[in-house]
Design a binder for this molecule. Structure first.
Ligand SMILES: [Zn+2]
Ligand SMILES: [Zn+2]
Length: 150
């Protein structure tokens, strides 16, 4: 039913470590996100999940995503311009930031140590304790910028 045994075991461990009762549907939803290279919305997760488990419902997917988010295993981000559609990704990808092109809507993942460094500096200066940075950058990708979008 699942794609690779190794990921299953690891995903299973992460669920358990998060204090969640491991159900096959939680495992499935988390695994779909962990194996995906893109950001997925609940509908897409549902469609992919149904290929493995015909009993999966969209309501279960939403409920599971909320639980996984609470556990810190999944992160939600708004990538669409109108912020109407929420996308999800597994947190095991490591911290990164999102750049949304206002022209074509393409999402670019940005990895930089600058944000982390800024947090460290502010922590020292202001005594703030940071748990996570959620940075959304907007602008134009090289192709759209060249086309003179504004
Ligand atoms: Zn673009
Ligand atoms: Zn991302």
């Amino acid at each position: 039913m699942v794609v690779s045994m190794k990921t299953t075991t690891e995903t299973h461990e992460r669920l358990k470590a998060g204090g969640l009762r491991v159900t096959s549907q939680r495992l499935l939803v988390l695994q779909i996100l962990e194996e995906s290279r893109e950001h997925l919305d609940a509908k897409t997760i549902y469609v992919r999940g149904r290929e493995h488990d015909p009993d999966l419902s969209l309501a279960t997917v939403y409920r599971t995503l909320a639980k996984l988010k609470e556990m810190g295993l999944v992160e939600m981000c708004y990538l669409a311009r109108d912020r109407r559609r929420a996308y999800y990704e597994a947190t095991d990808k490591g911290e990164h930031y999102h750049f949304t092109c206002l022209g074509c809507g393409r999402i670019t993942e940005i990895r930089t140590s600058c944000i982390e460094q800024a947090c460290r500096e502010m922590a020292e200066k202001l005594g703030l304790v940071f748990t996570r940075a959620n940075v959304c950058l907007k602008g134009y990708c090289p192709a759209c910028a060249a086309r003179g979008e504004d």
